[in-house]
Each structure stands twice: as structure tokens, then as C-alpha cells.
Design a protein. Structure first.
Length: 122
């Protein structure tokens, strides 16, 4: 009886599609439930530090004087809290996972300085 089931399973597997993908030749398909990783549109970020204060994993650092926003992707737990509370909606979750790396490095983005206002004409 056992060998009958085994033969049936083997024959079914011979004619069915493979359960695995040929990664990286076949790109992964992410579902709508995938959390992925945090991305900041630094142009719309106002460096208010709300995301840094609310992040439960202390994965974010905002340095207003130096105009930088930093995320430690190895501390981030993909909870999306920062995305929900960002007042300018500059944060979003991208569905793909953080790229693999050989060292635990943070990612720092620098907000370009504002253009100096034009001198009033006399
Ligand atoms: S909450 Fe949004 S606008 Fe404020 S520092 Fe964070 S990313 Fe920038
Ligand atoms: S997704 Fe959660 S853990 Fe990751 S940076 Fe945002 S608030 Fe922090």
C-alpha cells in the first residue's frame, strides 16, 4: 500500500510543474502581504525626526544639522510604523527584501541643501 502511494506521488511529480523557482534567473513574485523594506523620498522628507522617535527598533537616525536620514536595515523589523506616521508621506514600503550584504551597514541619505533665496532688488 505504501509503495503504491509512493509511485503515485512520483508519477504526479514527473508531470507537474516544479514547486521551486530558478532564482535568480526567474525573479521572485512578491505578494501584497510582503513587507519588504523602507524607502525614503529624501526630497519630500522634512527631517522632522518623528519616524526616529516612533521606530520601535531604533533603526532610524535623523540628523537635522547635517541634513541626513539613516536607516539600519538590520535593525528594522518592517513594522511600517514610520511609513504610517510620516507627515509628508516621504516613506514607503517596497515589496522586495533588503539586498544581502557581507557587512551590517546602515544606509544614509542626505537631503540637498535648499537653494539660497534671491537677493531683493533695490
Ligand atoms: S517622519 Fe518623514 S518627514 Fe519626518 S524625518 Fe521621518 S521620513 Fe522625514
Ligand atoms: S518599518 Fe518599523 S522598524 Fe523599520 S524603520 Fe520603520 S518604524 Fe522602524
Amino acid at each position: 500500500m505504501g509503495s503504491f502511494h509512493l509511485t503515485k506521488m512520483a508519477l504526479r511529480n514527473l508531470v507537474s510543474k516544479p514547486a521551486t523557482r530558478l532564482y535568480p534567473l526567474e525573479p521572485p513574485v512578491y505578494t501584497s502581504m510582503t513587507k519588504g523594506h523602507v524607502v525614503n523620498d529624501i526630497d519630500t522628507c522634512i527631517l522632522c525626526s518623528i519616524c526616529e522617535r516612533k521606530c520601535p527598533a531604533t533603526a532610524l537616525t535623523v540628523d537635522k544639522p547635517n541634513r541626513t536620514w539613516t536607516i539600519n536595515p538590520f535593525s528594522c523589523v518592517q513594522c511600517s510604523t514610520c511609513v504610517r506616521i510620516c507627515p509628508t508621506k516621504s516613506l514607503r514600503m517596497e515589496p522586495d527584501y533588503t539586498a544581502s550584504a557581507v557587512s551590517m551597514q546602515s544606509l544614509t541619505m542626505t537631503k540637498p541643501s535648499e537653494e539660497p533665496s534671491e537677493e531683493p532688488q533695490s
